[in-house]
Design a binder for this molecule. Structure first.
Ligand code: ZN
Length: 644
């Protein structure tokens, strides 16, 4: 308790310090700060176009001498119909949104128009553009730890939004992935993939100073902390600072409503559509507070002083449900509901990304599970443990929680790719989604239920301590898991890196009344055998055969035996690596009625729960099948809105 008190005191002091106008709630630096990016940007709200100048101070932390630096020009993914993003997504699709029409406003681009070095030498001739990536060839090599300063002018034309960035052909502007961004040098190679239909983003940490100019009647929200704003001739410039972040996003709309609360040193601001009821606003703040409380306690401190929640308008759903450092977008419908909690869940999910994608900043191109998967697991924990809202949907006598939704999503799709696969190499989008979201969430739910939440918490805490702000890989995550529990780590490794699966099955159940043996008994060769009729006894002979199909089994699993009089007995099945089945034979004075493997659904990786139950003498599992099919129906309706 004393330690806890001291920590709270320390946090209090830190908050007090950070209250002196800072982007950080916990003083930094937290990251390597590879770059300092200063942008001055003006939004033309008629053309939905940004004119900007950028000074990029970039440090060579690669450890090698560089002759070129690759950049992302993400907005060029929307510049033509034959880009990787457009062709891979069948002409421009993401989730339920599609590029609409072939008119010019459906397309966007980014163009660097000027580029000089710190001595004002014109370097535009060294800038080679190839669609959504560019390469800057350096006239003289950049040595390890040397810095370079680049001055760029660029134009960003936003498309009508269908995939995260863009406008709604009206007042809403969501300005994401909008400036030239250097690639990341990780594990001895450049990671600078194109903008693929199935992949998100990967960037280095740095500091941002960004001056955003828009008409004064437009409300602006952005990554980081607003230091000041000033007005001139109907335009307002909003000066934002962000530290130890790997991206900078902003939005401007003249139609936003605004609400704000402060929780433990974090200013939580909601930019919402009007009208929105106070209860719906409170739902959002409660979801945000629940997220921060859970993460502060279970994983590590949220280092930033701000979080902005942005509700896009209904006709800009493509911008919804997306994460950026200290700014996330919610679903378009935030209306309070007593029986479904989807709006809160999505906000919790997107804030969670501020850890898995924001603070850890794993390589989302190649290991999307490390962000979406861990996040899909933790969102269920936050709903249950901190928001006190176990279920995402509730009917009269029935609720569905996140682990169930993820289990069904994971079990419904055949395993054709390992979870850890490059984003663009999955057999199809469904395999990408399952392996990035539901399956890793189900793997972690299994680990939690088999090895215990304390071990998972320890894993997440140690992971934060060692790898926050350092771009960890699957190997790094598994190395931490090995220090926590070797069996758990081996299970995680097999589940993430291989096609192994598991299905438990009750093969047969027999429970027959025993008889005292009877019939003819021979006494000698000359005498007739004596007949004694067999007699029923009060005992039963039971025979139960259990089968495991697949390799992904834990050390043991519970089996629930229910007898005819309603009494139960739990027995453990310890697995034998060489024999995939077990036959239990024993006697007792009660008739066995039913056998269930894993009655409390610990092994969420089990691909088929409906064969985990069998009644004696009966093949009739109709009630169970009914529940399963109901789950599948629910999953079908969720698969339309998930993943995010
Ligand atoms: Zn997500």
């Amino acid at each position: 308790m004393q330690i806890k008190h001291n920590i709270m005191l320390l946090l209090g002091l830190l908050y007090a310090t950070s209250a002196l106008a800072s982007a950080l709630r916990i003083p930094g630096p937290h990251s390597e700060r590879v770059h300092h990016t200063h942008i001055q940007a003006t939004l033309d709200v008629e053309k939905h176009r940004i004119d900007a100048s950028m000074t990029l101070r970039w440090k060579n932390t690669t450890g090698i001498e560089l002759t070129a630096i690759p950049f992302h020009l993400y907005l060029n993914a929307f510049s033509r119909t034959d880009t990787a993003f457009m062709t891979e997504s069948n002409g421009g699709r993401l989730r339920n949104d599609t590029r609409e029409g072939d008119n010019q406003s459906s397309f966007g681009f980014i163009q660097v128009t000027n580029l000089t070095d710190q001595n004002d030498h014109d370097w535009i001739k060294h800038w080679q553009v190839d669609g959504d990536i560019a390469t800057l060839t350096l006239p003289t090599p950049l040595l390890p730890n040397e810095e370079i300063i680049l001055n760029m002018s660029f134009i960003s034309q936003l498309p009508i939004v269908f995939a995260r960035s863009g406008h709604n052909d009206d007042t809403f502007n969501f300005v994401a992935q909008w400036f030239p961004k250097p690639g990341v040098y990780a594990n001895n190679r450049w990671v600078n993939h194109r903008y693929h239909a199935n992949t998100e983003f990967f960037s280095d940490f740095g500091n941002y100073d960004v001056e955003l100019t828009a008409p004064s009647e437009y409300l602006v929200g952005a990554t980081g902390y607003r230091v000041k704003k000033y007005q001139s001739e109907g335009l307002t410039t909003h000066y934002y600072q962000a530290k130890d972040v790997h991206d900078f996003v902003w939005t401007a709309d003249s139609q936003y409503g605004e609400a704000q609360v402060v929780w433990n040193g974090i200013t939580i601001r909601l930019l919402h559509q009007k009208p929105l009821s106070q209860q719906s606003i409170d739902d959002q703040f409660n979801a945000a507070r629940a997220s921060f409380e859970w993460f502060d306690k279970t994983v590590g401190a949220y280092p930033y002083s701000t979080m902005t929640l942005v509700q896009p308008p209904k006709n800009a759903g493509g911008a919804s449900g997306m994460e950026y450092p200290t700014l996330v977008t919610t679903v378009t419908n935030l209306d309070h509901s007593e029986y479904k909690h989807f709006a809160e869940m999505v906000t919790i999910h997107e804030i969670g990304h501020n850890y898995w994608q924001g603070i850890f900043a794993s390589n989302e191109f190649e290991e999307s599970w490390m962000d979406e998967g861990i996040n899909s697991y933790t969102e269920g924990r936050i709903m249950r443990e901190t928001l006190n809202q176990k279920n995402i949907v509730e009917f009269a006598h029935f609720g569905v929680d996140m682990p169930t939704i993820h289990h069904i999503g994971s079990a419904a799709v055949p395993t054709l790719d390992p979870v850890k696969t490059d984003g663009w190499r999955y057999v199809n989008r469904q395999s990408y989604s399952t392996n990035s979201y539901s399956k890793p969430a189900t793997i972690l739910n299994t680990v939690e239920r088999i090895w215990g939440a304390e071990k998972v918490d320890l894993l997440l805490k140690e992971y934060y301590k060692k790898w926050a702000f350092k771009h960890p890989s699957t190997t790094d995550f598994l190395a931490i898991a090995q220090d926590v529990d070797l069996d758990m780590a081996n299970y995680l490794s097999a589940a993430l890196n291989t096609l192994q699966s598991i299905d438990m099955q009750v093969k047969s159940v027999r429970s027959i009344k025993m008889e005292k043996p009877g019939g003819y008994t021979f006494t000698s060769n000359s005498e007739e055998p004596i007949f004694t009729a067999p007699e029923k006894t009060d005992s039963y002979q039971h025979s139960v055969t259990l089968v495991r199909k697949g390799e992904l089994y834990p050390p043991n699993i519970d089996v629930l035996l229910t007898f005819e009089d309603g009494t139960t007995q739990t027995r453990q099945w310890h697995f034998d690596d060489t024999i995939p089945w077990v036959k239990w034979q024993w006697q007792s004075d009660k008739k066995l009625a039913e056998v269930i493997i894993d009655p409390s659904f610990k092994l969420m990786m089990d691909t088929n729960f409906s064969n985990n139950i069998k009644r004696e003498k009966s093949q009739n599992n109709q009630s169970w099948r009914w529940v399963t099919s109901l789950f599948q129906t629910i999953q079908h309706s969720f698969s339309i809105i998930l993943p995010l």
